[in-house]
Design a protein. Structure first.
Length: 561
C-alpha cells in the first residue's frame, strides 16, 4: 500500500454504524452490500459506493456482499458481470464467499408475492403501463384506483400463477402492491412488483417469464441475506417507505434498514449510465474503456490507480447534501499517489534533433540518472550522452519571448544530468518554417556531478535523449471530454463535447528501457506528467502511452499541438 492509503474521516454513516453496533441494534453484526445492475460498466460514482460499503465492513469487522441485481434480462450481459467482478477486485476489495444474485431469490420473491395476494395486499392488474401512469396522479392530485384493485384474491392468485406459466403476453397483466393510491409518496401508489417479460435470463434461462421489479426484489434480497445497513444513494430516499413496506409485510428472516447518502457528482463528467451508453453507441468515444470515460475501466486504462481512487473517495467524504466535486480533486489524488509510486523516465514528446558540434563524433558517455529523486533505494539507471540528441521542440525558441529561459540562439541551458550547452544556430523547413535542426556547442567542464560544474550558471534546465538510446512511441494527451463543468445539466450534452479532448503525438521518442514496460505500468515522464502503457493498443516495438495526469493543474498544455 502506498502513502495514498486513506486516513478515515468521520461521516454520518460511520457514526451511525458505530452507534448501532455499540447499542446492539443489529445483534452485534454488520453486513453491507454493493448491488450493481449488470447492464453497463461501473463508473467513478460507483467507486464511492464500493469504497463506502466494503470500507465500512472492513473497518468494523463486518462483511460486505457483492450482489448483482439481475432482474431485467433484456439489458443484462455476462460481459458486464465479468467487468464488475474484475473492477471490484482491482479496487482492492474482496467479497469472499458472499457473491450473490437477485436471481438467487426469484423463488422466494414469487412465494412472498403469492402471500401478499392471499393477504389482500397485492392484486393482478390489467391496466396498460400507459394507463397505470395516467391513473397514478401527480404530486398535487391523488391517484385513481384501478378497476381491478378489488379483484378477489383467489382470482388474482390464479392469474398470477398463469402469468408464471407463460399463458399471457408481455404487458397483458402486472402484479401491483395494494398500498395507498392517495399517498403523498408516489412510490406507494400501488407500485408494480411483478411484470411479464418473455426473455431468456443469462443465469436462469427460460425458467421464468415474470420478473420482480427492482424495489421489491432489492428489499427482499437484502432481507434474505440479513443485511444490517442497506446503504443507497439519495435518489432512493423516496423509495425507502416502499422498501420498509415490503420487508414489513412479508415473512422475511430479517428486517434490514435503508440509509441514503449523496451520490457523487463530478465536474466535466457525465454520471448517467444511459448517457454513457449513448456516448459509446454514438461513437463519441472508442468504447467503455476509452481513457476519457469516467468508467473505472476507462480510468484504469488512462493510468488511475486503485489507491488514488480510494483516496479520492475518502477525501470527498459522505454526506446527505448533493454537491458538485471539482474533477481537479480526483486528479490531485492521482498525483499524490503516483508521485510516490511512479518511477521516473525521460520522454521527448515533440522531438527536434540537436547536434553538439564540438563533442567528439562516435563518442558517448554514461550519465547516472535516479529512478526516483526522493527514493535513493530505487537506484539509478544510465542514459547515454552523445553528439546527436533529441530535445523537446517547446524547449527551443528562435525568437525567445521575455522570460523564456530555455534554448535560443546564443542562449545557454543545462542538459539535465549532463552538460551546459549553447545554441550556435538552427535550420528551418523552407516551406513551413518549422525548426528541423539545432546546432550547439557544449562546455566540457560543466558535467553534472563533477567538481566545479555548478560554477557555470544558467537559468534553464531541459531534458534530452541520445538518438542512439531512444525509440519512437505514440503518446496520447487527454483533456476533459466536455467543455462545460456540468454537462449533465444541459438540454443536449452533445453540444458540450470538447473537440480537443484527445491529442496524439505520433513521433515521440522514449528511453529504450520503456520497451520492456508492461501494459498498465505507469511512469513519470520528467517535466511532462504521468504516463501509462496503454492496455489495448501498445504492442512490442510500437509502444503507446496515455497521459494519466499532468504534473500540476494545467490541462490542455499540449492537446491539439
Amino acid at each position: 500500500m502506498s502513502n495514498a492509503t486513506p486516513t478515515p474521516v468521520t461521516h454520518f454513516i460511520r457514526n451511525l454504524i458505530a452507534d448501532d453496533l455499540a447499542q446492539g441494534r443489529t445483534q452485534g453484526r454488520l453486513a453491507t452490500r454493493f448491488p450493481p445492475e449488470p447492464n453497463g460498466y461501473l463508473h467513478i460514482g460507483h467507486a464511492k459506493s464500493i469504497c463506502l460499503n466494503f470500507g465500512m465492513a472492513q473497518e468494523f469487522g463486518g462483511v460486505c456482499h457483492l450482489r448483482f441485481d439481475d432482474t431485467n434480462p433484456t439489458k443484462e450481459d455476462t460481459e458486464y458481470v465479468e467487468s464488475i467482478l474484475e473492477t471490484v477486485r482491482w479496487l482492492g476489495f474482496d467479497w469472499g464467499q458472499h457473491l450473490y444474485y437477485a436471481s438467487d431469490y426469484f423463488e422466494h420473491c414469487y412465494r412472498y408475492a403469492e402471500g401478499l395476494i392471499q393477504a389482500g395486499k397485492a392484486y393482478v392488474d390489467a391496466l396498460s403501463a400507459e394507463e397505470i401512469r395516467a391513473w397514478r396522479g401527480t404530486l398535487t392530485e391523488p391517484g385513481k384506483n384501478s378497476p381491478w384493485r378489488d379483484r378477489p384474491w383467489e382470482e388474482s392468485l390464479d392469474l398470477f400463477r398463469r402469468m408464471r406459466s407463460g399463458e399471457f403476453a408481455d404487458g397483458q397483466y402486472v402484479l401491483r402492491a395494494k398500498i395507498d393510491m392517495s399517498s403523498p409518496n408516489l412510490n406507494l401508489r400501488d407500485p408494480a412488483i411483478y411484470r411479464i417479460r418473455h426473455a431468456t435470463h443469462w443465469r436462469t434461462g427460460n425458467t421464468w417469464c415474470i420478473y420482480p421489479m427492482y424495489d421489491y426484489a432489492h428489499a427482499l434480497s437484502d432481507a434474505q441475506e440479513r443485511i444490517t445497513h442497506s446503504i443507497c444513494t439519495l435518489e432512493f430516499e423516496d423509495h425507502r417507505p416502499l422498501y420498509d413496506w415490503v420487508v414489513q409485510n412479508t415473512p422475511v428472516p430479517w428486517q434490514p434498514h435503508q440509509y441514503e447518502f449523496a451520490r457523487l457528482n463530478l465536474t466535466y463528467t457525465l454520471m448517467s449510465k444511459r448517457k454513457l451508453l449513448e456516448l459509446v453507441q454514438e461513437g463519441h468515444v472508442t468504447g467503455w474503456d476509452d481513457p476519457r470515460m469516467p468508467t473505472l475501466v476507462g480510468l484504469r486504462r488512462r493510468g488511475y490507480s486503485p489507491q488514488a481512487i480510494r483516496l479520492f473517495c475518502e477525501r470527498i467524504g459522505v454526506s446527505k447534501a448533493d454537491s458538485l466535486i471539482d474533477v481537479s480533486v480526483l486528479e490531485d489524488c492521482l498525483r499524490h499517489d503516483l508521485n510516490e509510486r511512479a518511477p521516473r523516465r525521460i520522454a521527448v514528446l515533440d522531438p527536434v534533433r540537436l547536434i553538439i558540434h564540438n563533442y567528439p563524433q562516435g563518442n558517448s558517455e554514461a550519465c547516472a540518472v535516479p529512478n526516483h529523486p526522493q527514493k535513493p533505494e530505487w537506484g539509478t539507471r544510465e542514459l547515454s550522452f552523445s553528439r546527436e540528441l533529441w530535445i523537446d521542440r517547446e524547449d527551443f525558441m528562435s525568437a525567445p519571448a521575455k522570460g523564456f529561459f530555455r534554448l535560443a540562439p546564443g542562449a545557454q541551458v543545462r542538459l539535465r544530468y549532463a552538460y551546459v550547452i549553447e545554441c550556435t544556430g538552427f535550420e528551418q523547413d523552407p516551406q513551413t518554417g518549422a525548426v528541423t535542426l539545432i546546432h550547439a556547442q557544449y562546455f566540457p567542464q560543466t558535467r553534472s556531478g563533477t567538481p566545479g560544474s555548478d560554477a557555470h550558471k544558467v537559468k534553464g534546465n531541459i531534458h534530452w535523449l541520445s538518438v542512439h538510446q531512444a525509440h519512437p512511441a505514440t503518446v496520447r494527451l487527454y483533456d476533459r471530454l466536455f467543455k462545460d463543468p456540468n454537462p449533465g445539466g444541459a438540454e443536449d450534452w452533445r453540444t458540450l463535447l470538447n473537440p480537443d479532448s484527445i491529442g496524439v503525438l505520433p513521433h515521440a521518442q522514449v528511453e529504450t528501457a520503456l520497451l520492456a514496460a508492461a501494459h498498465g505500468e505507469t511512469f513519470q515522464f520528467e517535466r511532462q506528467g504521468y504516463f501509462t502503457v496503454d492496455r489495448r493498443d501498445s504492442l512490442p516495438g510500437t509502444p503507446v502511452f496515455n497521459r494519466a495526469v499532468t504534473l500540476r493543474d494545467s490541462w490542455g498544455k499540449r492537446v491539439g499541438a
